[in-house]
Design a protein around this ligand. Structure first.
Ligand code: SAM
Length: 396
């Protein structure tokens, strides 16, 4: 896999990775990707069902009740337009998906089913549907990271979900290898590779809530760094032709030299060391040894709580989610060395990253990247990938 800017390669201990093919500028878009699967992040319960109908069930653009143009008479899913519904009926919302969602909703209304299990069900329905409507894309899904190491029958939720899908699969093409093991493998792919597409940003909401999860097969090759040099943008509420609103772009946060690995952060960069390590170990199965983690591993818990606090606008939140200060890249020009956040040898030495690249709007925690530069210059307008706020670098 290669674009004009990045190439996929193997790195020992990290699996497949994306590296810069040439020097890259802050703001450069290094990859555009479209989802092979998108599924709702809402539960099947009635309140959430109402909420999920605030988004098109195919392209997940925000739709108001007034502007909703079409809905499915069987399962009640709403669509932003008749065109979207028509595309969905041949792709993401086939009659089989519709039946499956309808039956699962009935099951959820009679039983106590946790949100995680409901989302896994949504994913599996989408994945097995993909196998049927696009075997090539299904193979792409299978080529992504994620496998089962233990006996599949050890996982009771996978067993339950598999038997649920089996009950809907009378007409499912058996040659696709439908089995409990495949179900477990698919769930592992989802866990390691799904990207969350967020609900519209609100300063009033402390939790960042997801409207849909997507599998983006090329963007899935980016590894994690707690101080990323690139970040992901989406413009899901900007209508475009043929569901192009669901595309994502990976954009450079700052300049990097040729050969440098390009990494994203798999979660908001403000999480503290112990939380990051836990999430990476539990959800992604690896121990992070990035430069930031190496430094923060030596901090005591109080150091984390004290020294990560660089954000005056978020005093209340800082107790729970202190803001870390750092840089993963030695090429980043360091600034602010006299600032409060750079206190001594044992303190985290890269305040510049957080002061420059982390959005300081209340409850945002997004990452700022320059808007895409014109031919040879680095733009000085920084855009947040969560709230969309733009500001000049000299305001930062
Ligand atoms: C979305 S995939 C990234 C691409 C993956 N390396 C591959 O070969 O397809 C996530 C997985 O990559 C690996 N990974 C990501 N970041 C890593 C890092 N900083 N160190 C080691 N492994 C990493 C972990 O196995 C993780 O579960």
């Amino acid at each position: 896999m290669e674009t004009a800017a990045v190439r996929m390669t193997e790195i020992e201990g990290r699996g497949r990775a994306m590296v810069a093919l040439r020097p890259l500028k802050g703001g450069e878009i290094v990859l555009k990707d479209s989802p092979i699967i998108l599924y709702s992040a809402f539960s099947f319960l009635s309140d959430d069902h109402q909420k999920s109908n605030g988004y098109c069930s195919h392209c997940f653009i925000t739709v108001s009740q007034q502007s909703q143009k079409a809905s499915c008479s069987t399962c009640g899913c709403g669509f932003c337009s008749l065109e979207c519904q028509s595309v969905a009926s041949a792709t993401s919302h086939t009659p089989w998906v519709c039946q499956a969602l309808f039956r699962f909703r009935q099951y959820v209304s009679d039983h106590d089913v946790g949100l995680d299990l409901q989302l896994q069900a949504r994913f599996l329905v989408s994945a097995y549907n993909l196998a049927s409507v696009s075997p090539v894309r299904f193979q792409t899904l299978l080529s992504l990271q994620g496998s089962v190491s233990s006996q599949p029958d050890a996982d009771s939720s996978a067993v339950f979900l598999h038997s649920f899908i089996s009950s809907l699969c009378a007409t499912f093409p058996r040659e696709l290898g439908f089995s409990l093991e495949l179900t477990c493998v698919l769930l592992a792919k989802d866990k390691l590779n799904a990207f969350g597409l967020m609900e519209p940003f609100s300063e009033e909401r402390e939790e960042r809530s997801v409207r849909a999860y997507g599998i983006y097969p090329l963007a899935s090759f980016f590894n994690h760094d707690c101080l990323p040099n690139a970040c992901r943008f989406d413009y899901i509420d900007v209508a475009g032709p043929a569901s192009s609103n669901t595309d994502i772009t990976i954009r450079m946060i700052h300049d990097v030299p040729q050969g440098r690995e390009i990494c994203l952060s798999y979660f908001p960069v403000n999480l503290k060391y112990s939380e990051r390590q836990k999430r990476l170990r539990d959800d992604y199965g690896f121990v992070c040894e990035c430069d930031r983690c190496k430094v923060e591993a030596n901090w005591s818990d109080c150091d984390e709580d004290d020294d990560l606090d660089v954000d005056d606008n978020n005093e209340e939140e800082d107790d729970e989610e202190p803001t870390a200060v750092m840089d993963e890249d030695p090429d980043v020009e360091m600034e602010g060395e006299d600032g409060d956040a750079m206190k001594g040898e044992d303190d985290f030495p890269h305040a510049y990253f957080f002061l420059t690249y982390m959005c300081d709007r209340k409850n945002c925690w997004g990452t700022l990247a320059p808007v895409t530069p014109s031919v040879a210059t680095t733009s000085i307008v920084m855009e947040c990938n969560v709230c969309g706020y733009c500001k000049n670098l000299d305001q930062v």
